[in-house]
Design a protein around this ligand. Structure first.
Ligand SMILES: Cc1ncc(COP(=O)(O)O)c(C=O)c1O
Length: 404
């Protein structure tokens, strides 16, 4: 195109708000689990755009859906509904506990909708007193002011003025700490059924069941934030299915669009009815392009062979990382579920996860961190086994460079 001009990383500092610090590499092309930068250097993608690209880059079903919809109709707003949104919603309803869907554009917006719905449900049913929201320390729910306040790291929510009120935080996996906070004034409990950003922490069965039970006792809604765990990531369509504990509201984003921005809130008819006409909305929520791609991603992942594949690939990561650790002794634990895997650095390497990420990039493999001391892996759910082996071999070279 005639108005294209060369860009490099330095341009970021010139023209972008400085809230991010992106790597020096600018990727320009991807195919499956391989990515190439401006210089043609190849990377194996163990990051998946932060647990988003559930089918890798440029999956033919997603490209096909986008092209087909792109030539039909782009946007209508919620003044009119559209075919892709209704198809995707129907499939989500048919495959989960939910009876009603609300579409948003991101994880944070889906959570924002969930929290507002919970507050309205409590107000309508019990009165203004029932407004408390309980969430968990180290939890992450997005960056809107309400969701970041509900998130469990004050460092992310401090410094923006008065916060939305009546939000308290319990310890994850500590039922006693939760019991001390919950009461009949609790409106909702928001939790990740596996903490992602907070360090790849799985809940104990006793904890999740206990939280559900206490929510029932106190008429509080249980909201599962499955923005990171949803759509196949843990080897189940949604993580709640593996836990056998059903929430009242569930939020989904990231993998739902396979790389196209979309989010959703799922709930029951009984709860949904409190979001009456005009109570909440979004210009782009349910956009036909997003929903067409979302439908293709959802169809492709919601297949037992793909979900079983996630569990098989989990083992390849665990075995591969343990083998690396036997040689270099840099991890104290490999944890997580499905293709959401965390390698926790030993005492000697505390705070150095970013160094591992940078060294891995140099060796040609993209990884993530979860906090300062955990290297995180969230690749495509259909990453070929050969790419896992090659990526782990490259990662081992990075570890070898950093190991003392
Ligand atoms: C569990 C969870 N909830 C919410 C979010 C926020 O999603 P988004 O960045 O799409 O707003 C994230 C993002 O990492 C997440 O991991």
């Amino acid at each position: 195109m005639s108005n294209h001009f060369p860009v490099d990383r330095a341009l970021f500092d010139d023209v972008m708000v400085p809230n991010y610090s992106p790597s020096a590499v600018i990727p320009v092309r991807g195919e499956g689990s391989r990515v190439w930068d401006q210089e043609g250097k190849e990377f194996i993608d163990f990051a998946g755009g932060i647990a988003v690209n559930c089918l890798g880059h440029c999956h033919p079903a997603l490209v096909g859906a986008l092209k087909e919809q792109g030539e039909k109709i782009w946007h209508l707003s919620n003044v009119m509904t559209n075919e892709p949104a209704l198809r995707l919603a129907k499939k989500m309803v048919d495959s989960t506990f939910a009876e009603k869907i609300y579409f948003a554009n991101s994880g944070a917006e889906s959570n924002e909708a969930a929290l507002k719905l919970a507050r309205r449900w409590a107000l309508d049913n019990f009165g203004a007193e029932k407004s408390q929201i309980i969430s968990f320390k180290q939890g992450f729910h997005g960056r809107t002011f309400f969701t970041v306040t509900v998130g469990g790291q004050a460092a992310y929510s401090d410094g923006f003025g008065p916060k939305p009120g009546d939000v308290v935080h319990a310890e994850y996996n500590n039922l006693e700490s939760f019991k001390e906070l919950i009461s009949d004034k609790t409106c909702a409990v928001m939790m990740e059924p596996l903490q992602g950003e907070g360090g790849i922490v799985s809940p104990t069965q006793e904890f999740v069941e206990g939280v559900r039970e206490l929510c029932n006792q106190h008429n509080a809604l249980l909201i599962f934030d499955e923005v990171q765990t949803g759509v196949g990531r843990t080897g189940e369509l949604y993580a709640y299915m593996g836990l056998g504990v059903t929430p009242d509201i569930l939020t989904s984003a990231k993998a739902l669009g396979g790389g196209f921005p979309i989010g959703a809130m799922l709930t029951t008819t009984e709860i949904a009815k409190h979001l009456k006409i005009g109570t909440h909305g979004s210009t782009y929520g349910g956009n036909p392009l997003a929903c067409a791609v979302g439908e293709a991603a959802f169809d492709t992942v919601n297949d037992q062979a793909v979900l079983d594949g996630v569990k098989a690939k989990e083992k390849l990561y665990f075995d591969g990382l343990k083998a690396i650790n036997e040689k270099y002794n840099v991890f104290q634990e490999i944890r997580g579920k499905g293709l959401l895997v965390g390698a926790v650095l030993t005492e000697a390497y505390q705070g150095r996860a970013k160094d591992f990420l940078v060294a891995a990039m140099e060796e040609g493999v993209m990884t993530l961190v979860a906090g300062a001391s955990i290297v995180r892996f969230a690749p495509s759910l259909i990453i070929p086994d050969a790419d896992i082996a090659e990526g782990l071999a490259r990662f081992e070279k990075a570890v070898a460079k950093l190991a003392q």
